[in-house]
Design a binder for this molecule. Structure first.
Ligand code: NAP
Ligand code: MG
Length: 483
């Protein structure tokens, strides 16, 4: 075994659990990035207690002072962006450019929420009584459990942890099991910035082992989760039964609609980015491409040509555009969908193969056509570099297809017609709409979340993050009568 031994960070202490596992590099599974001493339920419970014990002091820390800590953490994450990004790329598999970019985004998110600590935190109301000063103020919730996925292992934690901390909460954070090193870097930067012990407690453990404790523990007030629908809905049930506030960000099956009048060069490039960057492992990735019949063939040929030209390989190599999938189980899932496509006689315009680079979990960017609309490939989230082309006879046809899914996270439209763009932005059931832009790629100052099965609870990011991480307190304050 090689690499650092990682452990949970609870109340300022390093706590090693008993189960040792290897943190694997998905580009070369024989290479171990780190070793992890996984926590069990006892450490999870200790983390909830530590967060509860740290709460009163953190709540009473003036918000601008909380902001100062976040700003220092932002500077540290920026300073360390290259080495953190490198470890992120080795551990998760996205390209170095994407990994360093994501790390810098996490820094920007910390800085943004540092600024939010100076924003107004309440409202005053006119009272029917002349004596009464009536006001309502946003207060923190207490201990929040944050459960995060592996696909954005530093940006998603940042957009949960930064607002939680800015608004005075303390946290227990359980990152996905396969990204312990990136998570440790992030928690360490916050500690080095002066975040008091116990405000952020990192639990490195399996969801199936520590999840129940973190979601139902008596000292936990709220749970914010990003991940798959299956796990998210199960958590929602348990957490609401235990009386917790819950926020879920789940999967997507995001469409890109290409109308006949679109700038095809732009559409091809943006669809390729949406479908294949990060090897398609984004909740906002494009996985259905709905194209008006008149341009279907040309669009398909051009998308296939771009896909063919994108080098697949080691994410640390500068020319690589598509790295490996993050894990063996992710690889098996994607190949499962490619098998379904084959059994349904789909036409493979490009890709479908598994390039052999030292046993890594690679899949070529893949474009499929001629799938039945009922195919699981067209209806379920794949989470790989796979796009299904679907023909549409008209705008009406296209929007009906685009909305024909239980998800509603993001959607893209390519057109030069402003009227159709406005109509689409009204008609589409998605939490984020992109016109002449890829379906992925978010700005952190605007609300983010999905409709239908893609989300539950209030939105993340931007100012609206406050809705989840705070609660109102209304105060009726009567001055005593004057003599
Ligand atoms: P996942 O399997 O649902 O895991 C997400 C997190 O939940 C991980 O930390 C996981 O821990 C934990 N977990 C698993 N079982 C648990 C349990 N019983 N109790 C408590 N926690 C548990 O999802 P993933 O494979 O990491 O991520 C991919 C999914 O996330 C995709 O569906 C994607 O669309 C979605 N996603 C959504 C958004 C969004 O904002 N809407 C953003 C990114 C990703 P372990 O790793 O230890 O299992
Ligand atoms: Mg998982």
């Amino acid at each position: 075994m090689s690499g650092p031994v990682l452990a949970s960070l609870v109340g300022g202490h390093r706590l090693e659990g008993h189960e040792m596992v290897l943190d694997i590099n998905p580009s070369a599974p024989d290479e171990h990035v780190a070793i992890v001493a996984l926590a069990g339920p006892e450490i999870a419970a200790e983390a909830a207690e530590a967060a509860a014990n740290a709460f009163a002091r953190w709540r009473d820390t003036p918000p601008p002072a909380r902001g100062d800590v976040l700003r220092r953490a932002a500077d540290l994450v920026d300073e360390r962006a290259e080495p953190i990004g490198r470890d992120l790329a080795r551990e998760e598999g996205k390209t170095l450019v994407e990994a360093v970019g994501e790390t810098r985004r996490a820094a920007a998110i910390l800085r943004y929420y540092a600024g939010q600590t100076l924003e107004p935190d309440g409202e005053t109301y006119p009272s029917h009584s002349a004596l009464t000063f009536l006001y309502a103020r946003r207060e923190p919730l207490g201990v929040v459990t944050a459960i995060t996925p592996w696909n954005f292992p530093i940006a998603i934690p940042a957009w949960k942890i930064a607002p939680a901390v800015a608004f005075g909460n303390t946290l227990v954070w359980k990152p996905a099991e396969i990204v312990p090193l990136t998570s440790t870097h992030f928690a360490t930067a916050l500690r080095d910035a002066g975040l008091p012990d116990g405000v952020l407690n990192l639990v490195l453990g399996r969801g199936s082992v520590v999840g129940d404790t973190l979601v139902t523990h008596d000292r936990v007030e709220a749970v914010t989760f990003t991940g798959s629908n299956t796990v998210g809905r199960a958590i929602e049930l348990k957490a609401t039964e235990a009386g917790k506030k819950v926020q879920l960000e789940l999967g997507g099956k995001n469409p890109a609609v290409v109308l006949a009048d679109a700038d095809l060069e732009l559409a091809v490039e943006q669809v390729a980015r949406g479908a294949f960057l990060s090897a398609g492992q984004k909740c906002t990735a494009t996985s259905r491409v709905i194209v008006e019949q008149q341009v279907l063939e040309e669009f398909g040929d051009r998308l296939a040509a771009v896909a063919r030209s994108w080098p697949v390989g080691n994410p640390l190599d500068e020319e690589t555009k598509v790295g490996p999938l993050a894990s063996k189980s992710q690889l098996d899932t994607v190949f499962g969908y490619l098998d379904i496509a084959e059994s349904e006689a789909a036409r493979v315009l490009v890709g479908g193969g598994c390039p052999d680079h030292g046993g890594g979990y690679f899949v070529e960017p893949t474009v499929l056509a001629d799938l039945p609309a009922t195919s699981r490939v067209v209806r379920e989230e794949i989470f790989g570099p796979v796009a299904a082309l679907l023909p549409a006879g008209s705008y009406e046809d296209a929007i009906a297809l685009a909305n024909d899914t239980p998800f509603g996270l993001t959607a893209a439209l390519f057109t030069r017609d402003l009227g159709k763009a406005l109509r689409f932005s009204r008609d589409i059931r998605a939490g984020v709409v992109k016109v002449n832009q890829e379906s992925a790629g978010l700005e952190f100052q605007a609300p983010f979340g999905g409709m239908r099965q893609s989300s539950s609870g209030s939105r993340e990011q931007g100012k609206v993050a406050r809705d989840f991480f705070t609660q109102w307190k209304t105060v009726y304050l009567d001055a005593p009568p004057t003599e």
